[in-house]
Design a protein. Structure first.
Length: 417
């Protein structure tokens, strides 16, 4: 199958980064060691579509160590780290990904990985599953099971299940507590700020920092921006989420009002058209706009283009749009996920748990896939607790255990005052 990447001479640089990530991902490395003897993925062919980062490389190498044959593509045109792609290609992984690929090339790459005739699929955003279902239904019917990494992908899959078109079972890795309460919150919080700072190097203290969406990702981003001294404003559409933001001490208002006062805007909603023409029209000179949601539709970029008289790249991942009245708006990473396009994605320590969930789910898919209905499945509660236990152990943290008496009390519904 070969590979298509930017530049194979970047392989050595990529390998060092992967080694660094391995030293920060003890849970996944423990699982690699454990399953490289049993090889539970022997005979499985895995097609994967997930951001090509150093952490993803640690996952890919773990899948191979457990016996799988793997073919890989990215899941976003701007998130591939070319040195990591080179390192994987140099180790014989068929990988089709480079930074800055266009949309046609993006889907071409996904189709290249499908040539492996997958028995298992791994998605982040459900583009691979969708391509398989729409263009290769006969191959899709032969897949035992799939996994999905992110909120947006799980939404798409649940919609497919509801419409009765899903052809094989998919495990929603995103919905594990050890994923969404950590990766989505602390991962997105740190990596989004990291992306904004690499692209702008502005002072956050004292800025009005507008976060659209107070789900797990928005919450993490808001928390970290506040920690850097920004005045954080939240916009929401779900009353309970908005209320949580208010009680967490944030200012909550509509985007119409926020767009007049914001210095920095970040969308984390999973919804399209969160910032549109009338918002751009009201923004202050110098406003910075970016997105950390899976797709680039949260900011209406056609609207921004239509308002602009000129545009130039002022720094890497930072484009200045000049409007008719002379105001400037700065768009980061072309509206793609700022944490992966302008920085390196979430830190390894937090991807450790997300990818341990991926790895165990693929093993489950290989074992049980045949007997599962074509539906979206949750991660078992025991897997969540076991991974959290392992993570704590690698951090040298001990916790208490319930006594027999306490367990009896827990299960005894007659015990009251
Ligand atoms: C690979 C990453 C990284 C990283 O788990 C996160 C999620 O749900 C995705 C939405 O597309 C991005 C994914 N993610 C974040 N950081 N995947 N390597 N370093």
């Amino acid at each position: 199958m070969n590979y298509k990447i930017k530049d194979i001479s970047l392989a050595e640089k990529g390998k060092l980064k992967i080694e660094w990530a391995e030293s920060r991902m003890p849970v996944l490395m423990y699982l690699r060691e454990k399953y490289s003897k049993e090889k539970p993925l022997k005979g499985q062919r895995i097609a994967g579509s997930l951001h090509v980062t150093k952490e993803t490389a640690v996952l890919v190498k773990t899948l191979v160590a457990a016996g799988a044959e793997v073919a890989w593509s990215g899941c976003n045109p701007l998130s591939t780290q070319d040195d990591i792609a080179a390192a994987l290609a140099s180790e014989g992984i068929p990988i089709f990904a480079w930074h800055g690929m266009n949309v046609d090339e993006f889907y071409w790459a996904i189709e290249k990985t499908i040539e492996i005739k997958p028995t298992l699929t791994l998605d982040d955003g459900a583009d691979l599953i969708n391509t398989l279902h729409s263009k290769y239904p006969d191959l899709a019917k032969q897949v035992l099971a799939g996994t999905e990494e992110t909120t947006t992908g799980v939404h798409r899959l649940r919609a497919m299940e509801k419409a009765g078109v899903l052809l094989y079972p998919v495990i929603a890795v995103n919905d594990a507590e050890t994923k969404w309460d950590f990766d989505n919150v602390y991962g997105t919080g740190q990596s989004s700020i990291d992306g904004i700072l690499r692209a702008t190097s502005v002072l956050l203290a004292g800025k009005v920092f507008v976060v659209a969406g107070y789900g797990h990702c928005g919450k993490g981003t808001a928390m970290r921006a506040r920690g850097m001294g920004a005045r954080v404003v939240i916009t929401e559409v779900t009353p309970t989420h908005a209320l949580k933001a208010v009680l967490d001490g944030f200012e909550v208002m509509t985007m119409d009002r926020a767009s007049e006062i914001g210095d920095i805007f970040i969308t984390a909603t999973g919804m399209k058209d969160v910032i549109v023409k009338r918002h751009f029209e009201k923004m202050k000179d110098g406003a910075i706009v970016c997105n950390t949601g899976h797709y680039d539709c949260e900011l209406n970029l056609e609207d921004l283009e239509s308002l602009a008289v000129s545009k130039r790249e002022i720094r890497p991942n930072n484009e200045e749009y000049r409007l008719k009245d002379g105001r400037r708006i700065y768009l980061l990473a072309k509206g793609r996920l700022v944490n992966l396009a302008a920085a390196e994605g979430h830190p390894s320590e937090v991807m450790d748990m997300s990818f341990a969930n991926q790895f165990l789910s693929l093993i489950r898919g290989a074992k049980e896939g045949k007997n599962l209905e074509p539906k979206v499945y949750d991660i078992p509660e025991e897997q969540d607790q076991e991974l959290a236990r392992l993570k704590l152990k690698t951090m040298g943290i001990e916790i208490d255990t319930l006594t027999e008496e306490q367990m009896k009390y827990r299960d005894d519904y007659t015990a009251g005052t």
